[in-house]
Design a protein around this ligand. Sequence first.
Ligand SMILES: [Zn+2]
Length: 285
Amino acid sequence: MDPPRPRTRVALLTIAAMSFAAPSAAVDIATDIDSFVTERATAEQRRHAAESIRIELARRVAGTARIERYRMPNVDPLLDFLMPPMRGQNVVWQLPATIETDRNIILGAHYDSEPGSPGADDNASGVYALIDIAERLAALPERTANITIVWFDQEEEDMVGSTHFAKTWRASGKPLHSMHNVDMIGYDGDGDAVVELDIPNEQLAAPYMAAARELGIPINRVTYDSTDHVAFRQLGYDAMAMSEEFAGGDFNPNHHAPGDTVIDRAYMARATELMARALETLVTQ
Ligand SMILES: [Zn+2]
């Protein structure tokens, strides 16, 4: 595996610190959400982003996330003669159930951004929501489901990372209870606090609607075909997506643009809480 360039800087910093007898070297990859809000579109930017997610997660929870590299042929195999296959990496963290079970739940959020866009709302908001939710689920004394959290690469390039992950999962033959996706929960222009949910059935919707009632969050039920849960739906799995009011018309004017630099923290915190509570219910049932 190619070490991303910042790791080299970590090593150099360590040597510098040792030579000056400093107590310890600072890690060079900043992992807070503000430093994550920077273009994540080129291969190198995406590798760096994946590594920073892995480091932040290691700081907060037990168990190490894997960086799963993939290589996907183009949709039309003929194109492979003309264009190189898609390459990227998903960040995968697993939290086993506290009982023996084949009940599996996947959570996902893409971490790449459009070229030229720092991707604060789209989708640093979802990336950090899942880091928070990982912490919450890890703190549960009992879990009746195995949880896999995946930070997907290349959503903005036709969902390459999630498509690869979903296909690999299906090839493994493992059952999947449901997949839960979060994409863009950092903007609420009209201040109505509405969260949109695309949920395929009422059984899966129930824990979300109960949590929304508890928190006083207005819910708009919609259907999306434009984010990573679709890769799982296409293979017949139950998959849901949470988002700001994307379909409902309260659209972030900076979407996919250089101005996507701001996250509405209060709104993001409430949406994160909604998903955390729904998942806590699902994995303790
Ligand atoms: Zn997105």
